[in-house]
Design a protein around this ligand. Structure first.
Ligand SMILES: Cc1cc2nc3c(=O)[nH]c(=O)nc-3n(C[C@H](O)[C@H](O)[C@H](O)COP(=O)(O)OP(=O)(O)OC[C@H]3O[C@@H](n4cnc5c(N)ncnc54)[C@H](O)[C@@H]3O)c2cc1C
Length: 424
């Protein structure tokens, strides 16, 4: 029966982790009349939402579908995503009067899109017009309206299960003794390992293992890539350059979006996207002029502007500092008229198929997500409940479901939180 627990430390549902997934689940369960306790060790609730999308929160993607997620079971995410769609989180923002917009195709949102330039892959991203703080306030408001008890700054010591009830023992602090909370339902919403500075831990994985669940390999995803020292010297000189590029790992995995040179390595949406798939030792092939043909362009220029210096000609197509880098690294230069067809072909190949070998990534310190997680094979895709331990649920990023860049990860957090919130 909903709301049957009256003992002060006994609840119907305890949710560990008050991030996007945990808050959504708490709201839904609270609305059903369940007595819900939401615990988080962070002092400030919703930090990841606050820093998301460059502080504007890319809270969903209107083209959400399973193909934008990776998981050992690629069908797992379908049911929850179908039952909580982007329009539903949009409606919640509308109710709270929070304005939002779809990011435009131009790299700068105010720049009109030129239809002749190659398109970015990433579309349908919805961002708040103002601070992401509004989204956090909206969720906290809904949590409170649903009658959920929220306790921040609360360390979890142990979690136990006696067959019927879960008991969650919180740690003692200087000011307060730990408390033992009881509930027949326990939802794990503690997210992944990315950005430990704001409270990310591997706690959810530990609980999963404690209850006999397997984990798939966890890695930093949506993360800038790093390089060996000699290449880093070149990259430092190129630092700050941003351009549209197509980054390929193999025939199937390729992303076309902005690429950013930084003093540490390569970043930008195209690199973040591929980083979730890249493994140590693999090369990446980068087309720095997607949708164009450098050989044809240079042959044209050889006829129309034969006296033009190569570096100036290249600067029509790629930023000047990058043009100089390729002129130096290929040792091809001078006036275009002096270029042989072989040299033109070499330049073409270098710029359209630039091979780079990352030596690692910036790791969880800056990764936007953790790929992998709690294996979905023993979790119900309808309810997120464990098939092994009745009453135990896993939602959000802690599960082995990872979205691509573009609002998909929040949509998964909302959808999986909503699915569990209907039944826990
Ligand atoms: C910089 C950055 C920008 C991002 N931008 C976007 C974006 O614009 N769009 C998008 O879709 N996705 C974005 N993401 C990814 C997105 O934020 C996450 O996928 C999403 O927040 C996952 O939600 P969650 O509720 O599963 O986990 P989280 O939001 O990580 O919440 C987990 C909660 O559990 C708590 N917790 C952890 N360990 C413990 C413990 N031991 N005890 C108690 N509590 C604990 C944490 O404090 C946290 O509050 C971004 C991520 C980062 C890091």
């Amino acid at each position: 029966m909903p709301g049957q627990n009256t003992d002060s430390n006994t609840y119907d549902v305890i949710i560990l982790g008050a991030g996007a997934a945990g808050m959504m689940c708490a709201i839904e369960a609270g609305k059903r009349g369940r007595k819900v306790l939401l615990l988080d060790h962070a002092q400030k609730i919703g930090e990841k939402i606050r820093i998301s999308g460059g502080g504007r929160c890319n809270f969903t993607n209107i083209y959400t579908e399973a193909k934008y997620f990776t998981s050992l079971n690629r069908h797992f995410c379908k049911s929850a995503l179908k039952r909580y769609q982007p329009t539903q989180i949009m409606a919640l923002l509308d109710q709270h009067g929070i304005p939002y917009h779809e990011k435009s195709q131009g790299s700068h949102e105010d720049k009109p899109h030129d239809s002749s330039t190659p398109q970015r892959d990433l579309q349908g991203q919805l961002f708040g017009d103002d601070s992401a703080e509004l989204v956090v306030d909206m969720l906290l408001n809904e949590v409170s309206k649903a009658g959920v008890i929220l306790r921040n700054d609360t360390e979890i010591d142990t979690v136990q299960h006696d067959g019927g009830q879960f008991s969650v023992q919180t740690a003692s602090t200087r000011y307060q003794r730990g408390t033992n909370y009881l509930a027949p339902s326990l939802v794990i919403a503690t997210g992944g390992k990315s950005i430990p500075k704001i409270g990310a831990t591997g706690f959810g994985y530990q609980i999963a293992k404690q209850f006999g669940h397997e984990l798939t390999e966890t890695r930093p995803g949506l993360v800038p890539l790093t390089f060996t020292d000699d290449f880093k010297v070149a990259l430092k000189e190129l630092s700050g350059i941003s351009l549209l590029a197509q980054v390929r790992l193999n025939k199937k995995i390729r992303f076309q979006d902005d690429l950013l040179f930084t003093h540490r390595g390569l970043s930008g949406p195209a690199i973040l996207q591929i980083s979730s798939f890249w493994r140590e030792g693999q090369p990446l092939i980068i087309d720095l002029m997607p949708g164009k043909n450098l050989a044809e362009e240079l042959q044209q220029l050889r006829k129309s502007h034969p006296k033009q210096e190569l570096r100036n000609a290249l600067a029509y197509f790629i930023p000047k500092r990058l043009a100089l880098y390729f002129q130096d690294s290929t040792s091809i230069g001078g006036q275009i008229a002096s270029l042989s067809n072989k040299q033109i072909d070499k330049l073409h190949d270098t710029i359209h198929n630039w091979e780079i070998r990352p030596n690692g990534s910036e790791g969880y310190r800056t990764a936007e997500v953790t790929t992998g997680g709690v294996d979905t094979k023993n979790i119900s895709s309808k309810t997120m409940e464990s098939n092994q331990v009745a009453g135990l649920y896993f939602i959000g990023e802690v599960l082995d479901v990872t979205g691509q860049l573009g609002g998909f990860n929040f949509q998964w957090a909302w959808a999986s939180g909503h699915a569990a919130g209907q039944v826990c």
